[in-house]
Design a protein around this ligand. Structure first.
Ligand code: FES
Length: 117
């Protein structure tokens, strides 16, 4: 059996976000938040693992590279999704991101986004 390559969905132009900005995006009904940090992009599920608050309304701490949930202050590593500050204890899902030569930010249809198409 051969492995299939990850497919990507275009969600925004890279210049639509400045460093530290968050953008909610949706792919096939799945809500994600796109984060730009030091020119790189990260994609994370858009619901806090504590009580489902939308992380697109979170703050972003660029020093610690964490999303800070606006409801109870739980924090998530933007690179790995790991919960690093209580009351959050469960990780949030992260997705691969790449930028195309013509400036499109593309999110990999991996994990819960990987479906037969
Ligand atoms: S809903 Fe995010 S920390 Fe509680």
């Amino acid at each position: 059996m051969t492995a299939t390559a990850t497919r990507y969905a275009r969600v925004a132009q890279s210049n639509e976000l400045r460093d530290g900005e968050l953008m909610p995006v949706e792919i096939d009904g799945t809500a994600l938040v796109l984060v730009r940090h030091r020119g790189d992009f990260f994609a994370v599920q858009n619901n806090c693992s504590h009580k489902d608050f939308p992380l697109s309304e979170a703050g972003f701490d660029p020093r610690d590279e964490v999303l800070v949930c606006a409801w109870h202050g739980g924090c998530f590593d933007v690179r790995t999704g790991a919960a690093v500050v209580l009351p959050a204890t469960e990780a949030v899902e992260t997705f691969p991101v790449r930028v195309s030569a013509d400036g499109w930010v593309e999110i990999g249809l991996a994990g819960s986004l990987a479906r037969d198409r």
